[in-house]
Ligand binder design. Structure first.
Ligand code: 6PG
Length: 636
């Protein structure tokens, strides 16, 4: 059983024990008791008759109180107002468990307390007995002392600060890499914080305590769930920083018995938006807000300011907005890269699409690196120079920046990148975004292709086998090499624009499906800093979309100008790259998407004819009204 602390406010009569004890108990959300209420009748009578109590009188009273204290430890804890003037009385009161008793001495001089007592009415203690109380009082050797010549609020605040029992504004659950970084960020923004990490024998022991010990500004550490929840100000804000999946349901279930109506749980992981929709509905029945909070920026972002995408009820968001906006990255205008996304699981949906765009951008850079390294035979340091030059020409991005760092990383005399196994892992968000696009019917070419490439990369053994079986001759003239090299920068930029257009298009379409009313320019704005896909291009997106939330990205006049001058470079790189045997799946997907998107005539007339041929699925005609369907007997 977990024992709770008991706070004993003590001092002579008239020092304010009942007033202070009551307010303190209310703020700590635990019961208040007055020791005078536990006196045997004989003691009350004696005091009313004007006699002071002797030690014999106090013995049964102290025994009653000691028993009560034991019960309170086992229940919710308590605040007790008690004179406890002598050390031996105090020793008796703490005899069950002295570690769990907090002594709070109310220290006032005789004249002040006498004047207070004279103003009191209806109290059985007579002010004349004050002198004897001061004679008996043995000043405390432990606990804290509070001067009584201050306001009640001031005294209670001082008590809480001296005892370190102030309730925390925020609770953070889960101290993995991201959780720890976010906790430091929250503390550096001057929020009081409680942190929780589970206890697993021999595996996760004292994680929260050890973390707090490392820091100068410390959070309150817990490995007991109830105490963690009780350490938080109400209504509570609890941020979960744990892996996505069924574990979130389990944690919510474990937390629920300790929560109250109005509390708010934030899921800061990469949960599937449909799980978030379900959890939000379930918790709203209990009167608890559940926000699905997409957080991007990795470990460094969590520490210095991530991009934050919160979805759920607006009321829930408003409860947490000043905290979330304080810890978020800031855009160029110093506005927080955090904004209310919309209802239900929209925050996690937007984070999922962020990750989809991230997959596309990563693969684009990987493909271009691969082409340069293995087909145009450039050294990593030469590729770094090429990429760095792009950064200076309005194509800077966080992903381009880290790619240049990666290219320069050496291990011994060689480059580390050359030693990394070419099998890409994934945690799920890229695949989820593709599945969701398939379900909604959104063309998702670059992103789903980037997911497929990761899957194909995992078939390493089979690829090695196939590479030994197939032997195709590949050559490229040095003039062609030089020409290909020249087209790369613009080809990359065009593909990147297409990848972004695809991501924003899926936001727009899903927003309509769920009635989320997503503000695309605001989403682009909160993606301009803190997150993995922050870039010069994202800055441009935010501006373009702020003028028009509805137009497709590829139809903005400024983008049309860029694409008109860049598309031939993209198609040249793709066709020549393929010709020399270099797979360029996302560059190709981008080209094909764009060529089809900009075609008044696609190949789908043939698909419709084929469907009608074998399945009588019918087709529409260009020479008839839209919506009118026809079937042909194709064999006769
Ligand atoms: C971010 C990232 C992050 C993601 C990792 C790994 O925005 O900070 O998107 O949330 O988990 O990038 O994702 P994969 O393992 O699927 O590549």
């Amino acid at each position: 059983m977990i024992l709770k602390p008991v706070y004993i406010v003590f001092g002579v009569s008239g020092s304010g024990k009942t007033t202070i004890g009551n307010v303190l108990a209310k703020e700590l959300d635990i019961p208040f008791f007055d020791a005078d209420d536990f006196h045997p009748q004989s003691n009350i009578q004696k005091m009313s008759d004007g006699y002071s109590l002797d030690d014999n009188d106090r013995t049964p009273w102290l025994s009653i109180l000691t028993d009560q204290i034991k019960n309170w430890h086992q229940d919710k804890g308590a605040v007790l107002a008690c004179s406890a003037l002598k050390i031996k009385y105090r020793e008796k009161l703490e005899s069950f468990n002295s570690d769990l008793i907090h002594w709070i001495f109310l220290d006032g001089d005789y004249d002040l307390i006498l004047s207070r007592l004279k103003e009191r009415k209806g109290h059985f203690f007579q002010s004349e007995l004050l002198t004897s109380q001061f004679d008996v009082l043995e000043k405390p050797t432990k606990g804290i002392s509070i001067k009584v010549n201050q306001s009640t609020t001031h005294m209670v605040t001082e008590i809480k600060s001296k005892l370190n029992v102030q309730k925390s504004q925020i609770g953070l659950f889960g101290l993995g890499v991201m959780g720890k970084s976010l906790a430091k960020n929250i503390l550096s923004n001057n929020f009081s914080l409680s942190v929780y990490n589970r206890h697993i024998k021999e595996k996760e022991v004292d994680v929260a305590k050890n973390f707090a010990d490392e820091l100068t500004v410390k959070p309150k550490p817990f490995d007991d769930l109830q105490l963690f929840v009780e350490s938080l100000q109400q209504p509570r804000i609890i941020m979960l920083m744990i892996s996505a999946g069924p574990v979130i349901d389990q944690v919510v279930k474990d937390l629920l018995p300790f929560l109250n109506t109005g509390d708010c749980i934030l899921d800061g992981g990469n949960s599937h938006y449909k799980d978030t929709i379900r959890r939000e509905k379930l918790l709203s029945i209990e009167g608890i807000s559940f926000l699905g909070v997409g957080i991007s920026g990795g470990e460094e972002g969590a520490l210095k300011g991530p991009s934050i995408m919160p979805g759920g009820t607006r009321k829930g968001y408003e409860q947490c907005s000043n905290f979330l906006e304080a810890i978020a990255a800031k855009d160029k205008g110093n506005k927080a890269c955090c904004s209310y996304i919309g209802s239900e699981g929209s925050g996690h949906f937007v984070k999922m699409i962020h990750n989809g765009i991230e997959y596309g951008e990563m693969q684009l850079l990987a493909e271009i690196y691969h082409l340069l390294r293995h087909y145009l035979e450039k050294k990593p340091s030469e590729i770094e120079k090429i990429f760095t030059s792009w950064r200076t020409r309005n194509k800077d991005s966080y992903l381009l920046e880290i790619t240049t760092d990666i290219l320069l990383k050496k291990e011994g005399s060689g480059y580390l990148i050359d030693k990394i196994l070419d099998k890409a892992d994934q945690k799920g968000t890229g695949s989820w975004s593709s599945i969701s696009a398939l379900k909604t019917g959104v063309p998702f070419s670059t992103i789903s292709e980037a997911v497929m490439v990761r899957f194909l990369s995992a078939k390493k053994d089979e690829r090695i086998k196939a590479s030994n079986i197939y032997n195709y001759e590949i050559s490229i003239s040095s003039e062609n090499k030089a020409f290909l090299l020249k087209q790369l920068e613009e080809a990359y930029y065009a593909a990147s624009i297409i990848n972004h257009a695809i991501g924003f298009d899926s936001l727009k379409q899903t927003s309509l499906e769920y009635d989320w009313n997503l503000n695309l320019s605001e989403i682009a704005r909160i993606w301009t800093n803190g997150c993995i896909i922050r870039s010069d291009l994202m800055e441009k997106m935010a501006v373009l979309l702020s003028n028009d939330n509805d137009t497709s990205v590829l139809l903005f006049p400024e983008i049309v100008d860029t694409m008109n001058s860049h598309i031939s470079k993209l198609t040249f790189v793709v066709s020549n790259g393929l010709q020399i045997g270099c797979a360029l799946p996302v560059l190709s997907a981008a080209s094909n998407y764009f060529l089809n998107y900009t075609s008044a005539q696609m190949s789908a007339n043939m698909i419709q004819a084929q469907r009608d041929y074998f399945g009588a699925h019918k087709y529409q005609r260009i020479d008839k009204k839209e919506g009118e369907y026809f079937h042909t007997d194709w064999k006769n």
